[in-house]
Design a protein around this ligand. Structure first.
Ligand SMILES: [Zn+2]
Ligand SMILES: [Zn+2]
Length: 258
């Protein structure tokens, strides 16, 4: 499985900025997990392939450029863009984003080929398919309804925490798996902003270190993501000081293979 955390910004030479502001992971060049930077960072080839997007929750850093992405592709979409999300997240997207005020309700619109956007409500705790992938969604502990994901391609499995703080069900499911190749987990704020992390339901390196004690570590790669750009260096230093085996920080733009 190939996974790329899409960059949020580029320098004048088109080189990806390592600071992550928006969240969007691209799996095997065709399925997106969240869509923060989806309209900004895809190559033309990727843009022509991505027709399935899983939205973990409706926060702006996870959906910011989703409306623009669909808008850009509007006349050329020969199949609807499928948005996979829980029913409550779908309702929030319809109410707060695709509401005719912030942006058009694309789920009501058609181009010459047919509907341009379609919601696919996803179950909790039961496997469903997205393109060639098998996915399980697990509720996590964030300030709005949010799911973590376990994604498998039949050979390899990768877990995405999405945005979360202390949680239980996610770890239970991960610990029951025989093979998990990688865990992508959030680490949003430095330790000195623990209060802010708590009220916004995110991790600091210290709380993440505690939380990872719930994980049966089978040698998987643990990739920290969602580091707030303003504090990136400070968070990295604090993550390194945890001395957790195989814990590293995921680099936007780089392609990882599991
Ligand atoms: Zn969030
Ligand atoms: Zn976020």
């Amino acid at each position: 499985m190939r996974i790329q955390l899409l960059p949020s910004t580029f320098d004048a030479h088109g080189v990806a900025n390592l600071e992550q502001r928006l969240t969007c992971f691209l799996i095997d060049d065709c399925v997106a997990v969240d869509a923060g930077s989806i309209a900004i960072a895809l190559t033309n080839e990727q843009r022509s392939k991505v027709r399935n997007i899983i939205v973990t929750h409706p926060h702006m850093d996870h959906v910011a450029s989703l409306p623009i992405f669909i808008d850009d592709l509007y006349p050329s979409l020969q199949q609807p863009m499928r948005i996979y999300a829980t029913q409550e997240v779908i309702e929030l997207l319809e109410r707060d984003v695709f509401n005719w005020n912030v942006y058009p309700r694309f789920s009501d619109l058609k181009n010459d080929y047919g509907p341009v956007m379609e919601y696919v409500p996803i179950p909790i705790g039961k496997p469903f398919n997205v393109a060639h992938l098998n996915v399980v969604a697990v509720p996590v502990n964030h300030i709005v309804p949010t799911v973590g994901l376990v994604v498998s391609d039949g050979k390899r499995s990768v877990a995405f925490s999405s945005d979360t703080s202390e949680t239980e069900e996610f770890w239970k499911i991960l610990n029951e798996m025989k093979d998990l190749d990688a865990l992508l987990i959030e680490a949003s704020f430095p330790n000195r902003l623990a209060k802010l992390a708590t009220v916004s339901r995110h991790f600091t390196p210290a709380t993440l270190g505690q939380e990872l004690k719930k994980l049966t570590h089978n040698g998987m790669d643990i990739m920290a993501v969602h580091l707030k750009a303003t504090y990136r260096d400070e968070i990295i230093a604090q993550l390194n000081a945890l001395n957790i085996p195989k814990l590293s920080v995921m680099e936007p733009g780089r392609i990882y293979e599991w």
